[in-house]
Design a protein around this ligand. Structure first.
Ligand code: SAM
Length: 281
């Protein structure tokens, strides 16, 4: 495996939730709050037929430092967090202890999940910022399918591939394709959660269009039971300053909505997030 992505995440796992951070408000989590967005909460509600996760075996795939793992454990789920970053899993375990919940951790590559996880889960949950690290989407979906029990569901809440095409709105920079075409190398400093974080990185990222995601899940043997393309979401996922509107929701609008240019009308919002729920027969 190319180590640059792993090195990047090992670094971010030590930085996130420390100091100034726009997403990982760990004090609030430890105090009993949740860092899940409204769309993730909705997705879990829909995937559990309104029953909630209590009593379910949940695999949290690419769990990072485990903020959502802890929320689901607090709600009564038996949660296993999987990530390839040992540093992330170590942060998760410390946080879980602080929050007085149990979360099992498994260090593994999500493109090739260990067979010990096969058939053990009612839900596989993966959210926001997971698929762009995955070249082998079929391997990822196959692992999800194997991990689920019959009747179990994948709950995927992910950035919409149209959003990930856009690097910046002013000026409009479109630097990532819609459909998979191999790896794209990016370099930078800081983190999406803290631009001033003292990290420098080079990563390889991959895009997957909506049809590719759906077809991969179908080929793995999962049946789509719910699909939503959201044109707004509860937070700005990539720090694209200016996207939060007066109702507190993040939207991506390109250009203007006026046809003749004589009046300024807001452009219609683009899809920014998707929810896919797919069931193992
Ligand atoms: C953006 S984070 C997930 C974010 C999560 N929604 C959150 O905010 O906590 C992406 C995670 O994917 C993990 N990851 C990336 N590639 C992976 C792979 N091939 N196998 C397992 N984990 C991977 C990283 O270590 C990181 O923790």
């Amino acid at each position: 495996m190319d180590r640059s992505n792993l090195d990047h995440w090992e670094q971010l796992a030590t930085v996130h939730g420390t100091g100034a951070d726009r997403y990982y408000h760990l004090d609030s989590l430890v105090a009993g709050g949740t860092l899940m967005g409204a769309e993730e909460i909705d997705a879990l509600r829909i995937a559990t037929d309104e029953k909630g996760v209590a009593g379910l075996d949940v695999l949290h795939l690419q769990c990072h430092i485990g903020c959502d793992s802890i929320t689901m454990a607090r709600e009564g789920a038996r949660v296993t967090g999987v990530d390839f970053s040992a540093a992330a899993l170590s942060r998760l375990s410390s946080l879980a202890q602080l929050c007085d919940v149990e979360v099992r951790t498994v260090e593994a590559d999500s493109r090739d999940l260990p067979h010990e996880l096969d058939g053990a889960f009612d839900l596989v949950y993966a959210s926001i910022g997971v698929l762009c690290w995955i070249d082998d989407l079929s391997g990822w979906m196959d692992g999800v399918q194997r991990a689920l029990r019959s009747g179990g569901r994948l709950v995927l809440v992910e950035l919409h591939p149209l959003l990930t095409m856009i690097d910046s709105v002013e000026p409009l920079v479109v630097d990532f394709p819609y459909n998979f075409d191999g790896g794209h190398v990016f370099s930078g400093v800081g983190s999406y959660a803290n631009r001033d974080a003292d990290v420098a990185w080079t990563t390889t990222q991959f895009t997957h269009g909506l049809a590719e995601i759906l077809m991969a899940s179908q080929r793995a043997g999962l049946r789509t039971s719910y699909l939503e393309e959201h044109t707004s979401m509860s937070f700005d996922p990539r720090g694209m300053d200016g996207g939060i509107e007066s109702d507190g929701r993040f939207r991506l609008r390109l250009g203007t909505g006026a046809h003749d240019g004589s009046v300024t009308v807001d452009a219609c919002p683009m899809p920014v997030l998707l929810t896919l729920i797919a069931q193992k027969p």
